[in-house]
Design a protein around this ligand. Structure first.
Ligand SMILES: [Zn+2]
Length: 840
């Protein structure tokens, strides 16, 4: 390439990444921010600095003290010593005196600048968080601050003399809005660039007015928290026991379904049910608007009113008026769109500062945008977050799969009819088995975020599990924030830096592992996408074809080497390698019988792998450093703690271990269920977890017994206390949605028992919730299956029919055994609801 063209290409790249030099020139003397642990510098904020600006100043001062050991006091202009050099945060009057009249004349919201002029430093930006972003840019790009993971310490160079090269930067972000899970840290997300959900997080926890608060959302979104974006019933609660009722304090009426059943969905059978709202009903629309006005009255009109459907599938309403509106807008979301257009119109007139926010979610509801006349636009005060939950998680939008292509087309169509900057989009990280098995989807994240931006999305959200520190969840999180700022960032460089810190001497090998996972995934989908996989992938052979014995074995070899290498680095490298290895060890247990066949000398004892997973979980989280604890003194007044992560694939590990114990045999389904479509059937073995018994009780005995009659070659025992013979017969088992909620139970009498053989007992239909469990028997509840952890799908109907397979023996049950005992070899679940995530 000729030199001139290279130069142009570099310039073009600089313009694209949004990080460019301001008009002034960059030359000049380096600046000494501290010498031998001392500094002259003070941090200057404006007299009327906002809570966010004060937070930015306090954090800068805190970090600088850690770097140089010196104190950097934060002062207002009136307390400045004119002889001392300053770090100006925001445009205070003395800063403007040097910078000139309007240094942000061409800035867009959140654009920010970091500049050195003479001995002074200027950090300023436009809008609510502009100054904070300038401070973070200064920390990151002039002082090498990094914060790779919420589970790690912020990384700071420590040197008593701090000299920095001249700088003059302006930064624009690719995405204006950035929404991320904040459950594990407020500071991490805020400093990395998240700017939504903070209002929500601090709701009811501070009396400070919005402008005085450190943690504020980019738009005022008090109402997002109702069920995580699902707000219909916060406005119109069907009954006082509905979980959304408590959300709005001002809400007095709580029984709309009793007084106005026609406000709610008409089901296919013509009956009204409190499932969603019926926006074909003009009375409901009037009532909803009245409620929205009350919200604005209470919260002020600088607000974004969230109007979002409940997280339950299927068409909103089957009534004739709703059907008319579906036809009118050529989308199942028609009734809601029609109302949103009306509400937005009213607000534009009465409260021009207010916005309306909704989600484009599920094909059968709101993913498909309304068809407007050529060139038509939706109201400019409508913000839409596009949440493509039906996409196969193995493929990005460059894959020719029809379903994925249709999704991306919908996103582009939304962009065409929304006001500039009003479209957000969500990236779903892996869920289901992909959370705990090895998967390389980093490339998918990067590609789809770039395509979202190209389509016109200017807000971004990621939904993934961060709690178990699965192999690449922290990298995914870090890259998400980097791409939020600059969608064209150098991904290779970021991954090298991230893995270098997290894995130290093992970094190169973990990158090889990641690259091979990516390549294996791409090869798998080059032949088509696995059916029935959406944002989550069930643990089924057809879904992870790249987890072959050869690959698993080769990758285990990498981890053997990584373990040796990481031991030479800081201890965090050892911990991070151990945590990353868990998913490969789970895959090893899953493919155990194939591995033992192929490499009989190596895969001899599965317990080694079970124990290695458990040893990795025993590592403890890093404590917060003392200087991090100082954050407790801020106005919002809390110090964060680094909480322990959740074990990865906990119940799956024990399930796989028991299957291995059973020798890998699988008997066909019991006769009664033999004719069923096998894809609707899931089989599990519960576990006897009974541990605490009074001193008068006999010991618990074996928890698992090998039994050639059992479906998988082994069965779980149950604890039958001899002191409570009444609990043995009838034998009662049950299902409950949560620990304290009532159970659906089934009692087995003697005439239903054939001693010494497994018989099937039907419990009936259940709705599986995240914490749902099947328990047996009454009194001891010794033996349980956490069915929610295994089956629950967020947002799905989750209707299943439950069966238990039990074998009774001993005197009470008329069997020859000396002692009474009841074994359970399987719980069989049969899916009753259609899978709404399945591709058409
Ligand atoms: Zn209706």
């Amino acid at each position: 390439m000729p030199i001139q063209i290279i130069k142009n290409a570099i310039l073009a790249a600089a313009a694209v990444v949004g990080l460019n030099l301001l008009g002034g020139c960059k030359s000049g003397q380096p600046l000494t921010l501290a010498r031998d642990g001392k500094t002259e510098y003070v941090i200057v904020v404006a007299d009327d600095a906002s809570g966010v600006d004060k937070y930015a100043a306090a954090e800068l001062s805190r970090y600088l003290k850690q770097i140089a050991g010196a104190d950097y006091p934060v002062v207002e202009p009136k307390d400045m010593d004119p002889a001392k050099p300053c770090i100006f945060i925001g445009l205070s009057s003395p800063a403007l005196k040097i910078l000139g009249k309007d240094p942000m004349a061409v800035f867009k919201d959140q654009d920010n600048a970091a500049r050195k002029i003479g001995k002074n430093i200027f950090l300023y930006g436009k809008g609510l968080h502009g100054n904070l972003y300038a401070v973070m840019d200064f920390l990151e790009n002039s002082l090498a601050w990094r914060w790779f993971s919420v589970f790690e310490y912020p990384l700071l160079p420590e040197k008593t003399t701090v000299t920095i090269e001249p700088f003059n930067r302006k930064q624009s972000f690719s995405f204006r809005y950035c929404l991320q899970d904040l459950q594990r840290s407020i500071d991490y997300g805020y400093q990395m660039g998240a700017n939504l959900y903070f209002d929500q997080k601090f709701r009811g926890k501070t009396d400070l007015p919005r402008e005085k608060r450190a943690f504020v959302s980019a738009f005022h979104e008090v109402e997002h928290g109702a069920g995580n974006h699902h707000t219909f019933f916060s406005f119109i609660p069907p009954s006082p026991d509905n979980r959304f009722v408590a959300y709005f304090d001002w809400q007095k009426k709580k029984d709309y379904f009793t007084t106005n059943p026609d406000y709610y969905s008409m089901n296919a059978d013509g009956k009204r049910a409190p499932r969603q709202l019926c926006f074909g009903n003009p009375d409901l629309r009037a009532e909803f608007t009245k409620q929205a006005m009350r919200l604005i009255e209470v919260e002020g009109d600088d607000i974004t009113v969230c109007v979002c459907a409940l997280d339950t599938p299927d068409m909103f309403c089957h009534c004739p008026s709703c059907k008319v509106l579906m036809d009118k807008h050529q989308s199942p979301g028609g009734p809601l769109y029609d109302y949103l257009i009306e509400l937005c119109g009213i607000l534009q007139e009465k409260h021009p500062k207010a916005h309306v926010y909704t989600i484009a979610y599920r094909r059968s509801q709101t993913e498909i945008p309304p068809k407007l006349p050529e060139g038509g636009k939706l109201p400019s005060n409508l913000i839409v977050n596009f949440a493509p939950i039906e996409d196969c998680l193995f493929a990005d939008w460059t894959h020719p799969d029809e379903n994925n292509q249709e999704t991306y087309r919908h996103l582009k169509e939304w962009a065409n009819i929304l006001g500039e900057g009003n479209l957000m989009s969500l990236y779903y990280g892996p869920y289901g088995a992909a959370m705990y098995l090895p998967i390389g989807d980093i490339d998918r994240l990067v590609t789809n975020m770039r395509l979202m931006h190209a389509a016109g999305a200017r807000g971004i959200q990621m939904d993934q599990d961060m709690h178990s520190r699965s192999a690449f969840s922290e990298l995914r999180n870090y890259l998400f924030y980097k791409l939020r700022k600059d969608v064209n960032a150098d991904i290779g460089a970021i991954i090298r830096e991230f893995t270098g810190y997290m894995y130290g001497p093992a970094a190169e090998l973990i990158r090889t592992y990641l690259n091979e996972l990516e390549a294996a995934r791409k090869e798998m989908i080059s032949k088509g996408l696995p059916m029935g996989v959406s944002f989550h992938a069930p643990l089924e052979q057809k879904n992870f074809l790249y987890l072959t014995p050869e690959n698993i074995h080769r990758w285990q070899g990498y981890f053997d080497k990584m373990a040796v290498l990481a031991a030479k680095g800081p201890d965090r490298c050892r911990v991070n390698v151990e945590l990353a290895r868990r998913s490969l060890d789970i895959a090893t247990l899953w493919k155990w019988f194939e591995l033992t066949k192929k490499y009989p000398e190596i895969y001899r004892d599965h317990q080694v792998f079970v124990e290695r997973i458990s040893a990795a979980e025993k590592n403890t989280p890093l404590p917060m450093a003392a200087w991090e604890q100082e954050r407790a003194s801020r106005p919002e007044g809390f110090a964060e703690i680094r909480r322990k992560w959740m074990p990865l694939g906990d119940s799956v590990v024990s399930d796989l271990a028991t299957i291995i114990k059973g020798g890998g045999q699988v008997k066909p389904l019991p006769q009664e269920l033999a004719g069923l479509d096998q894809s609707r059937v899931k089989r599990f073995v519960p576990a006897n977890r009974f541990s605490v018994v009074g001193k008068d009780y006999p010991p618990v005995g074996d928890r698992v017994v090998l039994d050639p009659d059992a479906a998988f070659g082994f069965a779980a025992t149950t604890y039958l206390p001899p002191q409570h013979p009444g609990q043995k017969l009838p034998f009662t088992f049950g299902y409950r949605q949560e620990r304290k909620s009532p159970s659906i139970t089934r009692s087995i009498k003697l005439d239903e028992i054939t001693p010494g053989v497994y018989r099937l007992y039907k419990l009936g239909e259940v709705i599986v919730t995240p914490a749902a469990m099947i328990w047996m028997p009454e009194w001891s509840c010794s033996t349980i299956l956490e069915i929610g952890q295994r089956l629950y799908e967020p947002g799905a109907e989750n209707r299943w029919e439950a069966y238990l397979s039990l074998k009774f023996d001993g005197p009470t049950y008329g069997g020859p055994a000396k002692e009474d005992r009841v074994l359970v070899d399987q719980v069989i679940m049969v899916r009753k609801s259609d899978d709404q995530f399945k591709a058409k």
